[in-house]
Design a protein. Structure first.
Length: 261
């Protein structure tokens, strides 16, 4: 019988009354043994061996592609609700949804990473608050206080995580309407930003489109990268911030004129 061992440390009781730093030193260790054809019920919170295998498989995908585990698990849950989602370079699609489970396809640049069935029990569990405090054997504990790095475009690569960037908007495509495969209507414009080291594309969605114009010097905070058709692009997600830090001369004059009227 072959076995694969994964170890998860769970936070101790009374989680809400302690800081994360204290919780990191007060965790209980639970070892999960995944055995083929294993019999009996696994320990809580798992209701079946297949549930436990599904969860650990998702964790391993996040580790293999160096994505923050809790963020990836939330992405799978989001695909369950909305039909699809993305997390860094991975794209998650719910291909089949029936009572009690969903079938999920995970791809990277149109290449299949994995496809498997996940029960509603596991899907509900993915966004439980305690999951964010899991720590896995062989991987360092998450560092909650690591700030995004200040980078230049030449520093950006497929291994880049959160980052800050100052750049100038040199191009911006006209806004166009995109209808997702699930019927959601979105507005999309693609900007090109440049610093002294290079250029990179940055998709703008919905209200982001009106935030910047060609010539603006912008500060992009807590951004991430994603790949689209093999090209790295800046992703300004929900936790990121995009703001103009300097207007071009013609827009400064126009703004000053409006302020005096």
């Amino acid at each position: 019988m072959m076995a694969t061992r994964s170890q998860i440390t769970l936070n101790s009781p009374n989680r809400n009354s302690r800081s994360r730093e204290k919780m990191a030193t007060e965790m209980q260790t639970v070892t999960l043994d995944i055995r083929r054809r294993a019999r009996g019920r696994p320990r809580a919170p798992w209701q079946s061996m297949s549930d436990m295998i599904s969860f650990v498989s998702l964790v391993r995908i996040s580790k293999r592609y160096e994505i923050e585990t809790f963020r990836f698990l939330r992405s799978v849950h989001r695909a369950w609700i909305k039909g699809e989602s993305s997390c860094d370079s991975l794209f998650v699609t719910c291909r089949q949804l029936v009572e009690g489970y969903g079938v999920f396809l995970i791809t990277q640049d149109q290449r299949v990473v994995a496809q498997f069935k996940v029960t509603s029990t596991v899907l509900d569990y993915l966004v439980r608050p305690e999951v964010i405090n899991f720590r896995f054997e062989g991987y360092p504990a998450p560092n909650w206080n690591t700030p995004p790095k200040d980078l230049m475009i030449k520093d950006l690569n497929s291994e880049t995580r959160r980052f800050n960037l100052d750049a100038q908007v040199v191009e911006k495509s006209p806004s166009r309407t995109i209808v997702s495969k699930w019927g959601t209507t979105l507005q999309l414009s693609t900007a090109t930003v440049m610093d002294e080291t290079g250029t990179i594309s940055m998709p703008l969605w919905n209200e982001q489109i009106e935030l910047i114009s060609v010539g603006d010097l912008v500060h992009i905070e807590n951004a991430r990268l994603k790949k689209f058709q093999g090209e790295l692009q800046i992703k300004v997600g929900k936790l990121a911030r995009l703001r103009v830090i300097e207007l071009p001369l013609n827009r400064r004059k126009s703004t000053n004129l409006k302020n005096h009227l």
